[in-house]
Design a protein around this ligand. Sequence first.
Ligand code: DC
Length: 225
Amino acid sequence: MMKKIIITIDGWSSCGKSTLAKQLAKELGYIYIDSGAMYRAITLYFLRHHIDWTNNEEVQKALENISLEFNYNAKSGQSEIFLNGESVEYMIRDLVIAENVSEVATIKIVRDFAVAVQQKMGKKKGIVMDGRDIGTTVFPNAELKIFMTADISVRVERRFKEMFEKNPNITIEEVKNNLEMRDYIDSNREVSPLRKAEDAIVIDNTHISMEQQLKFALNLLEENK
Ligand code: DC
């Protein structure tokens, strides 16, 4: 059997990172970890408990009460994130979370907390993790690093379709504004901004199919052996 490795997938919001990560995990029998879900679940906790996240002490106390884990749901065939024992996988996809998560993800102690959990999950290798700083900060020594990108119009369309199914009142404008705002905050924050790791390989999936992107990534793995 091939030696288990760590695969990191970073990139802009809604450019297909999780789709590729899930495809690879399935193909290789690896565990898929959605690091963005952790920042989203922390944001949900802060909103529910009216945490003032500009106050570091308050944030520190709140983090002490947060436990995050992923569990496989056999019914949906997907792994789901649990916040203090409750599955919040669907709730964290709401626009209100998307509107606040990038700001929460700029906070250093929040990032330190999430990165520590992520690094622990990578101890045994055999994982595919997607996010913004996985190849740069979380696993700088990962064996395969991918950086994904796609045209903004394609990304808006994809995210709109996804969100419209849950909320038919949502508009294209709202989705576009949110994506642009998150890209801006994620790539301009002080701590671990979104960057392509020097040794990451770029996949632009504006014009390629899901099958093609998987094939491309599997070829990278072959070359990597
Ligand atoms: O991948 P996503 O859209 O679910 O991520 C939600 C937000 O979380 C994203 O706008 C920035 C933040 N994030 C981060 O800062 N670092 C990560 N590794 C993953 C996500």
